[in-house]
Design a protein around this ligand. Structure first.
Ligand code: ZN
Length: 164
């Protein structure tokens, strides 16, 4: 009997995604909201209300509300776990790396994707890529709005396509 580790890995990844879907992180309302954005993925119907708190340019809290499919919810949950503690510039760069990975590029050796690795297989399904990217498109938009002194950003996955 030949061992097939790639199958076991698939199972593991599925478990990681399902765990984030069942118990999404970042659902606790933030005591203070410094940046926000509303994100929409019309293809799937995913909708996100993203709140951020910042201390200077460092993100101290991420709150993700809304309704999404398993992929979108898991991706938002992973974002809520990985982004706090990073600066606005670092978070934007991380979002860019994840977007590149979803579009087929390899993960740079110096980047630790954390649980987001579990979503890498999604890149084979272009329609689901939008689901995985929605939280990140919304994050970038919230940070852009914050930088520009706007009260709220509005992101859609069409925005994502328009800016390759
Ligand atoms: Zn979706």
């Amino acid at each position: 009997m030949v061992d097939r580790p790639e199958v076991a890995l698939d199972e593991l990844y599925r478990e990681v995604v399902l765990d984030h879907h069942r118990r999404p992180r970042g659902r606790t309302p933030l005591p203070r909201v410094d940046a926000r954005a509303h994100g929409l993925n019309p293809v799937c119907g995913d909708e996100i209300h993203l709140h951020l708190s910042l201390d200077g340019d460092r993100i101290t809290g991420v709150e993700v509300q809304g309704r999404g499919c398993a992929i979108c919810t898991a991706s938002g949950s992973m974002m809520a776990e990985v982004i706090p503690g990073h600066t606005e510039v670092e978070a934007t760069a991380f979002a860019e790396v994840f977007r590149n990975v979803m579009h087929g590029k390899v993960v740079p050796p110096d980047v630790d994707m954390g649980d987001l690795e579990a979503l890498e297989g999604v890149k084979k399904f272009p329609v689901r890529v939008k689901c995985a990217l929605l939280p990140w498109v919304t994050l970038v938009d919230a940070l852009r709005a914050w930088r520009n002194g706007a009260t709220e950003g509005t992101a859609t996955t069409e925005t994502e396509e328009a800016n390759p």
